[in-house]
Structure formats: C-alpha cells, structure tokens
Design a protein around this ligand. Structure first.
Ligand code: PEP
Length: 256
C-alpha cells in the first residue's frame, strides 16, 4: 500500500517572516494527521526558519530546486549538501523550471541522481502542455519524461522517488484535469513505463501525486482514484485553511 503524500509548493511566495507564520499555523492545524505524509516546500531563503519550526512534527520540509554538483563555482545555485542540512525532500523538474529556467529531462536526471546520492527524497514533476494534450501526445510525452528522468537509476533507487503528474495547463489556472483522465495517464504513461523499466513491484511502490489547481473542493475526487497517491499543491498551499482543508478532505475521502 502506498501511503498518501500531500506537499505544498510555496513557489516564490512568502518572506521568511511570512513563511514562519504559515508554518506555525500549519503545525497546529495538521498536528493530528497520521494517515498521510505531509510536506511544505518554501523558498530557499525560508528553508532554515521553516525547518526549525517543523522539526519533530508530522510535516516534512522540501526545497523547490537544487543543482547537481556538491560545491563549486556555480553562482546562485544551492547544492544537495546545502539542501540536506535543512530539508528531506526536493522538488525537481517543476514545469516552471523547465519553462523559464531551461531545465530538461537530462538536467532533471542529473539532479535526481544527486538527490538520491545524498539521501534526499525527490519529488519529480512531469506533465504535458495544452498543445500536447490536445494533440493526443500526452502518454508518449510523459512516458519519455519518465524514461529521461530515470535514465541510469537502479531499481533500488527508483523506489525512493516520488512523482508528481502535473499537466502544465492545469497549474495555477484553476482548470483541473478530470480525475479519471489523470488516473489513466498515470497508469499508461507512468506506471506502465516504470513496470517496463523496473518490474511490477517497483512500479506499484512509487507514489504519484496529482498537481494542478488542487483545492479543498476537488481533492477528494482525485485522492479516491486508484493511481493517485496525493497531491502537489501550489496556490492553495499558501493559506492555512486551504491546505488544511485539502488534507482533511483527502483523509475523509480515504476513510469513506
Ligand atoms: C504546482 O505549483 O506544482 C501547482 C500544482 O500549482 P497550483 O496548485 O497552483 O496549480
């Protein structure tokens, strides 16, 4: 059984003071949750303060990105060693990083290997554009993203990865995928490819979140889908009542 996992991606929002306020409020609001893994991913500048607030709680902390080298002349980057001091998760290959910062399947693969090397739990984002979706190219495109991200990763290490299927056209737009469509794409483009690469047990063990305009009101529809193991939440992770509502609605739906 895959344990559900809901993570908040705070993107480039919240100063350190604001991030600490949100973390303090989430710590109180989510203290009773034990049936799911939870994490928040603040900006790099707020990682230390937020991880301090959330130490020894049920909410993990993740970075939103990192470089693949341990150290060196890479101005502006942060390394896995630096992330590891402050976080246990790291989001890799978010579509905004691919779109605005030139990330490719090849650089995501280097980052994924670096995360695994340093014992970080990666949350690797994949997903198609609207044009690809409308052209019926979603399954081969996402399947290729999976093959690219996992190139050279062993079966044992593959099992440590979390994936987030995030159709680009659903991110921050208020437009969500139909839960049944997301479920089918995860099965056909992600689990079938993982099975091909690593066999049935690993394909079934890897958790796949859905991401794209998840809100308290639609979380239940996604979490009940057999292939969907949680959510990566952007906008709605910035308000305590929204993120807590998403988590409690997911928990309710799974109990029912
Ligand atoms: C995201 O940033 O990964 C995301 C899914 O954003 P939103 O929930 O705002 O669509």
């Amino acid at each position: 059984m895959r344990k559900p996992f809901i993570a908040g991606n705070w993107k480039m929002h919240k100063t350190v003071v604001e991030a600490v306020d949100l973390a303090v409020a989430l710590k109180a609001a989510l203290a009773d949750v034990s049936t799911m893994d939870l994490a928040v991913c603040p900006t790099a500048t707020a990682l230390e303060a937020v991880s301090h607030v959330l130490t020894n709680t049920n909410i993990g902390v993740g970075a939103q990105n990192m470089y693949w080298e341990d150290s060196g002349a890479f101005t502006g980057e942060i390394s896995p060693l630096m992330v590891k001091e402050l976080a246990t998760y790291v989001i890799l290959g978010h579509s905004e990083r691919r779109q605005y910062f030139g990330e490719t399947d090849a650089t995501v693969n280097l980052k994924l290997k670096a995360a695994i090397r340093h014992g970080l739990t990666p949350i690797v984002c994949i997903g198609e554009s609207l044009a690809q979706n409308e052209a019926g190219e979603t399954v081969p495109f996402v399947g290729n993203q999976i093959r690219g991200a996992f190139a050279g990763i062993s079966q044992q290490d593959a099992g440590k990865v979390v994936l987030a299927y995030e159709p680009i056209w659903a991110i921050g737009t208020g437009r969500t995928a139909m839960p049944a469509d997301a479920d089918r794409i995860i099965r056909e483009a992600i689990r079938d490819v993982l099975r091909d690469l690593y066999g049935e047990a690993t394909a079934q063990a890897i958790r796949v979140q859905y991401g794209g305009s998840v809100k308290p009101g639609n979380m239940a529809d996604f979490i009940v889908m057999p292939e969907i193991d949680g959510a990566l939440v952007g906008g709605a992770s910035l308000k305590v009542e929204d993120f807590a509502g998403i988590v409690s609605n997911a928990a309710q739906a799974l109990k029912a």
